[in-house]
Write a protein that binds this ligand. Sequence first.
Ligand SMILES: [Fe+2]
Ligand SMILES: [Fe+2]
Length: 296
Amino acid sequence: MPQTFDWDYAAEDVSLSALYSMSKDEQWDAARDIDWNLGEGTFPRGLLNVKPNDDTEQAAAFAAELQKWVISQILHGEQGAMLAAANIVEKAPSLEIKAASAVQVVDEMRHIEVFRQFLDTRHGGRYPPEVALESLLIQIIENPDWDMIALGTHILIEGLALASFGMLKRASLDPLLRQILRRVMRDESRHISIGFSALTPVYSELSASELKFRQEFIIEALILLYSKAKHEQIYERLEMTPSQQQVVGRLSGEQTTQLRRDLSRKIVPYCRRLGLLEANQSFLAKEIARLDLADL
Ligand SMILES: [Fe+2]
Ligand SMILES: [Fe+2]
């Protein structure tokens, strides 16, 4: 679908107008509103809870690298969200969706700024995007239908972001990271509300086959996202032996299972709210139940 204009300039959707206003009110500045000197060097810098019997130097080093890896993936997801929001500005039919998404573009650039700076400050660099994440982001952005871009962004990518932020908040003692997450999570919650307000009226009008297409898109994306996390880049960087990889693999495995559970707890109710879970004889609900997360 090419770019669309809205020549009516009608402002009929109260919830989208309210979200646009709220978005303007809640702007913050990564340079001014984050205390970048917070907690420098006073806490263990890692994502895993390394217990005394695991407490090898390698496990601690892996925990720090894992945090760097996870936040790098979040950074890449933020760039995907910025491009997706820009695509929605171009392609969505109404000015209200365009307006809310235009402010979202600015929000996502701020998230890029803040995570890029955090990685430079705490970890001195970043990892490249994981193959599955990169492929999902491209699939979403290159979709010809704006509603599919919005579905992929607001439900999948932002659902994944909120689940990952929850994991980081539980695991990390870094006060700077916690301050950043508080700000970013507030923006993300607003973005998800934009998604519901934009998509609900559209999805109530779709045919069974159009809904099925969207249900299949969700399930394929979940299979991609649930596929085993690849930590080879970290093993290589730390030159870990197979037995060292086994110790840290067990620790990070527990966390990955928890992350998948948290992701399902977000995505399932989101899909129900959009009417996607129960449509077509509960196709999506059954497919999600069939996904044995432990086996993926
Ligand atoms: Fe974001
Ligand atoms: Fe977002």
